[in-house]
Ligand binder design. Structure first.
Ligand code: GLU
Length: 314
């Protein structure tokens, strides 16, 4: 039986919601409401040791203020690590995961070529691997890596970005799927949840496009399926072309709200960035749903500038 279409809103409570990630959530939500996809709310809070409950509450508060709702959840990843532990057990038993205590500088020292992709990501040379074979997933207080075939080539047809091919063996090599904090790394947690929550449509920023191949390798290794369809959207950047961040000013939605900017005005700028209106103007979610056309969305990165900020605050 074909799966019922479903998507997820998957915020991480690490930084406050700003205009950039709000745009991605808006597009995700609007596509779901137009296409009849079920929306699952998933809080991806396994991102480090310290997540403040206020940060989680603020994400929900801001999404609701914008009018973005969901049909199922929220599910909070840290509530139950069982499904990720099971997946680790399966990968370790299949000889596809191993514990690794090497430090970043040891991996760096072994690196033969500068890495082309994310500068924070180091290629793990295959020579650093221990002997491979079936293992028990016992030591949860150490990093575990997933075995990536050096020649692995993963192709997927991104519904927004077009056909993509990645060679994770060349870019990252064996990557971390479990961390010494005693919790799954993002790449593992996200696919375990996408599969068990029946997610068929993943809509997210294109900073994650090169994670997709790693995620598909895990999907396949765990025998999960069917694989979701991916829609990677261009990010919002500052005038310097860098991803929207503090250096571009305070673009947190909460800061605009506190300054008295209405939700319809924030939505107006986001709608303009989605090609729904030719000029920013106050707009309701209902109008956005009616006017949305994925074909009209720019394939280029969106630039946030002083003019946009001034319009919001006018
Ligand atoms: N939680 C991630 C983030 O906020 C999104 C991950 C995903 O959509 O796969 O960046």
């Amino acid at each position: 039986m074909p799966q019922m279409p479903a998507t997820r809103l998957a915020p991480s409570p690490t930084g406050a919601l700003h205009l950039g990630n709000a745009r991605t959530f808006l597009v995700n939500w609007v596509m779901a409401r137009r296409e009849g996809w079920r929306i699952v709310m998933r809080m991806e809070d396994l991102v480090g040791p310290r997540i403040k409950p206020e940060a989680v509450a603020e994400v929900y508060d801001i999404l609701r203020w914008l009018g973005l709702d969901w049909d199922e959840g929220p599910y909070t990843q840290s509530d139950d690590l069982g499904p990720y532990v099971d997946a680790m057990g399966q990968l370790a038993a299949a000889g596809l995961a191993y514990p690794c205590e090497l430090t970043r500088s040891q991996i760096e020292a072994a690196s033969v070529a500068p890495h082309a992709g994310d500068p924070h990501e180091l290629r793990f040379e295959p020579g650093l691997r221990p002997e491979l074979g079936p293992r028990l997933f016992e030591d949860r207080a150490t990093n575990w890596r997933f075995v990536v075939d050096e020649d692995a080539s993963v192709t997927f047809d991104d519904a927004f970005a077009g056909p993509c091919t990645e060679q994770p063996g060349r870019t990252t090599g064996d990557f971390v799927i479990w961390t010494k904090l005693g919790q799954p790394a993002y790449q593992l947690a996200v696919i375990v949840d996408d599969a068990r929550q029946g997610i068929t449509e993943v809509v997210r920023g294109d900073d994650l496009v090169d994670s997709t191949a790693r995620q598909l390798l895990l999907y396949r290794a765990l025998g999960l399926g069917p694989e979701p369809r991916y829609h990677h959207l261009p990010l919002v950047v500052g005038p310097d072309g860098r991803r929207l961040a503090k250096r571009h000013g305070d673009t947190r939605i909460s800061a605009y709200r506190e300054a008295g900017v209405s939700a319809t005005r924030v939505l107006g700028l986001l709608a303009y960035w989605c090609g729904i209106v030719d000029q920013p103007r106050e707009i309701t979610l209902r109008e956005i749903v009616a006017g949305f056309d994925a074909g009209k969305m720019s394939r280029e990165r969106i630039v946030f500038d002083q003019e946009a900020d001034a319009w919001l605050r006018a």
